[in-house]
Design a protein around this ligand. Structure first.
Ligand SMILES: [Fe+2]
Length: 629
């Protein structure tokens, strides 16, 4: 590969939204393609800027605001219409998808699934329309979904069986709920916490527990949400609350986990007891956990962290490049779903604004901060487990970890077999100019990147307007698009590790944190997206829960986000086969996955017997090949 061709004009559609760079967030695809789109973006950005700076007189300001709202509702109507009219295939073609690069839009079979999902949501909405009791609304909602083949959320059954959120279930969800990423082992640096908590336990706890001793015996684990600490009261929506609680757990002799205490806020420590105060404390943890999960574990750590790879891979690698052929099937529809997510999750008045406790601006700032704070390599499964002190040999039973490690190893074997044919040694990696250009685009400080990486205003746009809209690369910060990503690749093992992590994140990791949402968040009393009272201000845990309208909206969201399962890990559908070797390697991967399927099914039978709840999210047959919902 001696000759290297930089990205061609056609690939130049992949652009970066300058506002996302300003906010230190993930590399976002520039939402409008082509020159017309750039002008559209320029006008919208300048209009917004003039509006916020008060540079427009009232009638103009009002006009602009109304036009913006109209445009958004028109876009929604268009989306709805094209979904309903999916049988007319032309609506799904590139002609009508101006916000995405060519060949990135959802295809017809996918949109047909979306139509079915939307029909189910609309029917469930109708079934709950006049209801005022949340419990009745929930049962009607589930009954309606049942007619579309959707079983009720697992948590409905568990809460009914255990009389609400039991301590056992509260602890179990840290290991096998919709967010199994928070638990970490207590470290020596946590000693000040233990010193503060020990007096709370002495004399009040039924059995005396020496925290320092238990920590030394590696029996103490904690769930905390440090990024949420940065939220000030001004960052919260009126009447809604999320805090930054800390929950302490201890391993049990039976190999499980049980809660020891919850620090709801500094100075307010609550111990397990059959009291309303304890139930409220558990709910505050659930709210923080769901907030962290939606914004960071799901959105930032899978959808958005993979976006730079979905942009750089077709930009920098030719279609016959080994890494392109390996990764491309796992990046399909990612840009399409993220573009849609901008609208249905992140836009003003959308789900995050409507249902979560932080303001929309505070939520976006959290996402950006979380993205920038996570080094790419630290998110690799084995590293992440080690850093949290929860690797194999620590907690006896950790369904997410135990199943995920099987998949990680299978993907690593597949990637190794696939790549070592073209990269027999490290020199082959160092000599590949395409691979190096790909790494540079992802890892090099943005200040060193060529202007062609960024949106360019057409010549006839006055330079000061282009600058005002942020369309000038000089404003770029001196860090790379993917935090901690190497700007140069030197060894085969490094390329294998990176590709393994990308495929694992797009497949199993996203499946674990996405398709669990309906089971855990779709039953609102288990995990409300916001608390509706601050600690110490209400006299019943039920008052922390949302109104019936918000309850239904949360169920809708949870169902919509779990309701389309498209593609299957290891399927050959989007694979561009070069030779029989490709097919043999893929077949081997599929056989590996079939073995894992049997193993996890066995484990789930035991989990069902022991806990009354399975962990089905990492069954290979349930994992899509890509992040597409
Ligand atoms: Fe998702």
């Amino acid at each position: 590969m001696a000759f290297h061709h930089p990205p061609r004009a056609a690939q130049g559609y992949y652009r970066y939204d300058p506002t996302a760079l300003e906010a230190q967030g993930p590399a976002r695809i520039f939402p409008y393609s082509g020159t017309d789109g750039l002008v559209r973006y320029l006008l919208a950005t300048l209009g917004q800027r003039w509006l916020t700076e008060g540079q427009l007189s009232q009638p103009w300001g009002l006009l602009l605001e109304t036009a913006g709202t109209q445009a958004r509702s028109l876009e929604q109507t268009w989306y709805y219409l094209t979904t309903q009219l999916v049988d007319l295939e032309v609506f799904q073609s590139g002609w009508f998808n101006l916000d995405l690069p060519p060949d990135e839009q959802f295809d017809v079979p996918f949109v047909k699934q979306r139509r079915r999902m939307m029909a189910a949501v609309l029917a469930a909405q109708k079934a709950t329309k006049t209801l005022t009791d949340p419990a009745v609304a929930r049962s009607q909602f589930y009954a309606s979904l049942n007619q579309f083949g959707q079983a009720p959320p697992l948590m409905l059954d568990v809460h009914q069986r255990e009389g609400g959120l039991s301590d056992r279930e509260f602890a179990r969800q840290r290991l096998a709920g919709q967010n199994p990423m928070m638990l970490r082992q207590i470290q020596p640096t946590d000693a000040p916490w233990l010193d503060t908590w020990q007096p709370c336990l002495d004399g009040r706890s039924p059995k005396r527990l020496d925290l320092a001793q238990a920590a030394a015996n590696q029996q103490l684990f904690v769930a905390e949400y440090p990024l949420l600490q940065q939220l000030t009261p001004a960052d919260l929506q009126p009447g809604r609350y999320v805090g930054s609680p800390v929950a302490l757990f201890q391993t049990t002799t039976a190999g499980g986990l049980e809660p020891v205490l919850i620090q709801v806020e500094p100075g307010r420590v609550v111990l397990p007891a059959p009291t309303d105060e304890w139930m409220q404390a558990k709910l505050y943890v659930q709210v923080a956990d769901v907030t962290y999960h939606e914004l960071i574990v799901h959105l930032a750590d899978t959808h958005l962290s993979m976006e730079a790879f979905a942009i750089a891979t077709p930009r920098q690698l030719p279609p016959n490049h080994p890494l392109y052929r390996l990764l491309r099937p796992h990046l399909r529809y990612l840009l399409a779903i993220n573009t849609r997510g901008n609208e249905v999750l992140l836009s003003p008045g959308a789900a995050i604004d409507n249902l979560m406790a932080p303001t929309r601006e505070a939520s976006l700032a959290l996402i950006n901060r979380a993205y920038r704070a996570t080094e790419f390599g630290a998110a690799a499964l084995p590293t992440n487990l080690k850093q949290r002190g929860v690797e194999a040999g620590t907690l006896a039973d950790y369904p997410y970890r135990d199943d995920a490690l099987l998949l990680w190893a299978a993907i690593a074997r597949y990637v190794t077999q696939f790549l070592t044919r073209d990269y027999p040694d490290d020199q082959a990696v160092q000599r590949d100019p395409y691979l190096q250009a790909w790494a540079a685009e992802l890892g090099e400080p943005l200040t060193q990147r060529p202007a062609s990486d960024f949106p360019q205003a057409p010549d006839w746009v006055p330079p000061h307007l282009a600058t005002a809209a942020g369309l000038t690369p000089e404003l770029c910060p001196a860090y790379g698009r993917v935090p901690g990503f190497p700007a140069q690749l030197t060894s085969v093992q490094h390329v294998i590790d990176i590709a393994t992590q990308i495929i694992f994140t797009c497949g199993p990791q996203h499946a674990a944190v996405n398709f669990s949402q309906f089971d855990y968040v779709g039953y609102v009393p288990n995990g409300p997206l916001a608390a509706y009272a601050a600690p110490g201000t209400c006299d019943g845990a039920e008052h922390l829960l949302p109104t019936v309208a918000k309850d239904v909206a949360q169920m809708e969201l949870a169902y919509a986000l779990s309701g389309i399962r498209w593609g299957k890990l290891g399927c050959g559908e989007a694979m561009q086969f070069r030779d029989r070797g490709d097919r043999a390697i893929l077949k081997h991967f599929q056989a590996d996955l079939a073995g894992i399927e049997d193993q996890i099914r066995d484990r789930n039978r035991q989990r069902q017997r022991r806990d009354g709840v399975p962990y089905p999210y990492l069954l290979p047959s349930q994992i899509p090949n890509t992040i597409n919902i």
